[in-house]
Write a protein that binds this ligand. Structure first.
Ligand SMILES: NC(=O)c1ccc[n+]([C@@H]2O[C@H](COP(=O)([O-])OP(=O)(O)OC[C@H]3O[C@@H](n4cnc5c(N)ncnc54)[C@H](OP(=O)(O)O)[C@@H]3O)[C@@H](O)[C@H]2O)c1
Length: 319
């Protein structure tokens, strides 16, 4: 019986592997719009798709980002300035894309731009901290998507949303997990709404990868900035050595998981864009597959216990 089940599972994986090999035709005529191409996954994806022959429209936040990308790509690749927080900037980028793609429409948009700070205990934040991150990570995704959706429907194309495995489990405080849970919700409702139009909506949920958003210096200075703003009673409750203890756990919890192979994420993005049968969700990274996702399915009392075990504790709770 055990062998029969094992055989059936193996057969299922073989079938899925074979089914997922097929790629869409005419990639040289397909336009792909990617946000946040100055660095990290976005930049690597833009270069990768350009090499494969796609017509990449790489949106960069900075002029330097645009120049650097142009130097290393073919003349097929176009860059455009984009600040996902500004409606004016989003509309200008969309007008440029419209003029490029013409009647063919846009094959895919990859909502990749994002920020990771401020992050820390919820009570250390102001509502402005929440708003500023939600504006980039969530409203930015929604705004960009809505602005190009008519072009994507024309091509019966795809929307690829970069969420995070922290859109499946809230493992730390602050607006990041809130923003990524929001991206997951937007992704799922849009997927159902667009099914009738032949538009596929796919979600990427990476674990920890080594990019600017997980840079340990950024995370340390984020912690210091937030701590410096806290009133004395909060500092008393957490203990004056809290920043040092939190830095130790930061090293232990984040640095140990950081995966330097960004291609694991880029390959998932490419599959979502180019496979005839893409997956609804991709979770690149061993930590995503074997730690965070399984933890997200377990009862809250258990996952809370596991997560709290590794976090720095406020002095008030240390007995
Ligand atoms: N690295 C990870 O472990 C990890 C895990 C899960 C999910 N993610 C997600 O993956 C996505 C890409 O992040 P990454 O890891 O590749 O980090 P990254 O290198 O910092 O990429 C983020 C990009 O977004 C750009 N950006 C920031 N604010 C923007 C704005 N207002 N408008 C337009 N672009 C803006 C950044 O530009 P500048 O560089 O000029 O600031 C940068 O190019 C993010 O959505 C992130 O949340 C990352």
């Amino acid at each position: 019986m055990f062998l029969i089940i094992l055989g059936l599972v193996a057969l299922w994986f073989l079938f899925r592997w074979y089914r997922e090999l097929a790629r869409v035709p005419n990639i040289r005529e397909k336009y792909v719009y990617i946000t946040g191409c100055d660095s990290g996954f976005g930049k690597l994806l833009a270069k990768h798709l350009d090499k494969l022959g796609f017509r990449v429209i790489a949106a960069c936040y900075t002029e330097r980002g645009e120049e650097e990308l142009k130097k290393v790509s073919s003349e097929r690749l176009n860059t455009v300035h984009l600040d996902v927080v500004s409606t004016d900037s989003v509309n200008k980028a969309t007008a440029f894309i419209k003029s490029l793609v013409g009647e063919k429409g846009l094959w895919a948009v990859v909502n990749n731009a994002g920020v990771s700070v401020p992050s820390g205990p919820c009570e250390w934040m102001t509502i402005e901290d929440y708003k500023s991150m939600l504006d980039v990570n969530l409203n930015g995704v929604i705004g960009v998507t809505l602005s190009v959706l008519p072009l994507i429907k024309k091509a019966r194309g795809r929307v690829v949303n970069v969420a995070s495995v922290f859109g499946r489990i809230s493992a730390f405080g602050g607006p990041y997990c809130v923003s990524k849970f929001g991206v997951e919700a937007f992704n799922d409702s849009l997927r159902m709404n667009m099914a009738a139009f032949g538009v596929k909506v796919l979600c990427i949920e990476p674990g920890f990868f080594k990019t600017s958003v997980t840079d340990i210096h950024l995370l340390r200075s984020n912690l210091k900035n937030l701590w410096d703003k806290q009133p004395d009673d909060i500092k008393e409750q957490y203990g004056h050595d809290y920043p040092e203890r939190a830095n130790v756990t930061l090293e232990k919890n984040v640095v140990k998981w950081l995966d330097a192979d960004l291609m694991k994420v880029v390959n998932c993005m490419e599959h979502a864009i180019s496979a005839v049968h893409p997956r609804t969700r991709y979770s690149p990274g061993w930590d995503a597959k074997f730690v965070w996702l399984p933890l997200s399915y377990l009862p809250s009392w258990f996952s809370d216990k596991m997560l709290l075990k590794d976090l720095a504790k406020p002095k008030a709770s240390i007995h």
